[in-house]
Design a protein around this ligand. Structure first.
Ligand code: ATP
Ligand code: ZN
Ligand code: MG
Length: 505
């Protein structure tokens, strides 16, 4: 890696007279502060100021460096030193640092397959695996906030993704149930719509569940709570459905799913007078003047719950959990999740608004590996003995993570995600059709790190398992049909009688 930075340090006063003292600080810096932090066993030049000149209040410098003491860190150190020394001696300090030119050369792991673009960067030049970028618009604050490293990482990441785009995740069968007799092969959503158990809408990817369908979903919920969560000691919490962006920055959702989130805006004011014109227009036109509404509301700064766990982690941010409370076992079943699924929408299986129980667990690695086994045991009981599903479990890892070797974190395969999948007869044969992921279970280290959640003694891990009620219902109904006579006895026991519903003429 090579860095070549040309910058202007603007002082609070004229510095032509003190150029000699400035030159001395620079020479000393070249020997000392611009070389600090280089590991002993590497041969490195660190950073060096190779040119400097003065013009009025401005000091122009050119710094070159290698990966140790990168030039943008060098300039920050130099600024501090100059301000300290020149402040004491001549009562002037550096007011501002402005980048004129910044060229960075580094090696990529793979040759890019197509052009790469990036904000903050003026130009990206690629020759084979050699990459040279120029940036000139970064402020000092942005330099200090590590923008350059993130720019380099983002370029590497983009090249990496070009190689693994569209590739499947790694899928490894862990367990599968026995085959069950196929007694029905219709699409349960269509069948429920025909019977009037559900109604599509009122907006894209949403459903209205009439009493029959609502009772099926609610029975699924009840089963999950009483047969899985309560026996393992999970306790219920209630959280907000609105997630501010800073929480999604911490979880990575803001960069991971900005294209799937639903966003929330607020009224600019609650003053009724300011809304009067808008209200008049609605009363007269019986329509919403969208442009006017746009002016009366803020740009979004929050989104609708995408998964319930981010707010749960937020609630424990920067806190130390007592050993007495470990493992923390909690769940939310109040907040629905919203996702803009667009072309992927189908039936009640892939919707824009779904109902999910999300249990979250935080504890030591041993505690969570033990919990994972117990959860799987309880789930098995439910899917085998109550719902009598044909289903399977698989270890899954997104392809790009496999390549980065991240799933082998700590050399442990217990971390990662298990998908639970059910066979949907209406989609075709067992072998060729796509099975439905009706829930998952994950364990990882990342969220306790990013939210700085600590215990008294040990390192904490965490995880969640999303119990999708629409997905449980889809799996069950696709295999068992809508006629309770064909439903397993253990399910009927918990479901009771079919609601009368509403007869529509
Ligand atoms: P998929 O690959 O099916 O899009 P995902 O990886 O986005 O799923 P997660 O974010 O892991 O799903 O969510 C966990 C659970 O939430 C899923 O197992 C499923 O039960 C449920 N779920 C996710 N998206 C939807 C959706 N659009 N409609 C209904 N349920 C969903
Ligand atoms: Zn989660
Ligand atoms: Mg998805």
């Amino acid at each position: 890696m090579e860095f070549e930075l040309e910058a202007v340090l603007s002082f609070s006063g004229e510095i032509d007279e003190i150029i000699d003292d400035i030159s001395k600080v620079i020479s000393a810096a070249n020997e000392d502060i611009l070389k600090r932090g280089i590991p002993k066993n590497v041969e490195s030049g660190g950073a060096s100021v190779v040119e400097h000149s003065v013009e009025g209040k401005d000091l122009h410098v050119k710094i070159i460096s290698d990966r140790y003491v990168r030039a943008h860190d060098g300039i920050v150190r130099l600024r501090k030193k100059l301000s300290e020394d020149m402040g004491k001696k001549h009562h002037v300090g550096v007011r501002d640092v402005k980048i004129d030119q910044y060229q960075i050369r580094f090696e990529l792991e793979d040759e890019p397959k197509k052009e790469i673009k990036l904000p903050f960067v003026d130009n990206i030049k690629i020759d084979g695996k050699e990459c040279e970028i120029s940036v000139s618009s970064l402020t000092e604050d942005q330099l200090q906030r590590n923008f350059v490293d993130r720019i380099i990482n983002r370029i590497k990441e983009k090249v990496h993704h070009q190689y693994y785009e569209g590739k499947e995740e790694k899928w490894e069968l862990v367990w599968e149930s026995k085959k069950k007799d196929i007694i029905w092969n219709e699409d349960p959503t269509e069948a429920m719509e025909e019977r009037g158990w559900i109604k599509k809408g009122p907006t894209k990817g949403k459903w209205f569940y009439r009493p029959q369908a609502a009772k099926i979903l609610k029975t699924m919920e009840e089963i999950a709570v009483t047969e899985v969560l309560k026996p393992l000691g999970f306790e219920e919490i209630i959280e907000s459905i609105m997630v501010p962006f800073d929480v999604w920055i911490d979880t990575g959702h803001m960069e991971g799913i900005p294209n799937e989130a639903y966003y929330i805006s607020e009224p600019r004011t609650r003053d009724p007078e300011e809304w009067e014109e808008m209200i008049d227009e609605i009363k007269i036109s019986r329509d919403v003047p969208i442009e006017k509404l746009d002016q009366m509301t803020t740009a979004p700064r929050a989104g609708v719950c995408y998964a319930q766990c981010p707010i749960i982690y937020w609630s424990l941010k920067n806190r130390t959990i007592s050993d007495n409370s470990l493992p923390v076992l909690i769940f939310d079943k109040t907040s629905p999740s919203a996702r803009y699924e667009s072309g992927g929408r189908h039936g009640i299986e892939r919707v824009d608004e779904f109902h999910r129980i999300e249990p979250v667990y935080i504890g030591t690695k041993e505690q969570l590996i033990d919990l994972k086994e117990k959860l799987i045991e309880r789930y098995k009981f439910v899917f085998e003995d109550i719902l009598e599903l044909e289903w399977r479990m698989a270890n899954v890892t997104p392809f790009y993570l496999q390549q980065a070797g991240e799933e082998e974190e700590d050399g442990e395969t217990e971390l990662g995600t298990v998908d639970f999948e059910a066979y949907l007869p209406y989609r075709g044969s067992r072998e060729e059709s796509e099975w439905l992921e009706f829930q998952n279970l994950s364990l990882f280290k990342k969220y306790t790190d990013s939210f700085n959640i600590k215990s008294q003694t040990k390192e904490l891990y965490s995880g969640c398992t999303g119990i999708g009620l629409e997905r449980w219902a889809s799996a069950f109904l696709a295999q068992k049909g809508l006629d309770p006579e064909n439903w397993p006895e253990e399910f009927i026991k918990r479901f009771g009688d079919m609601p009368k519903g509403i007869e529509l003429l």
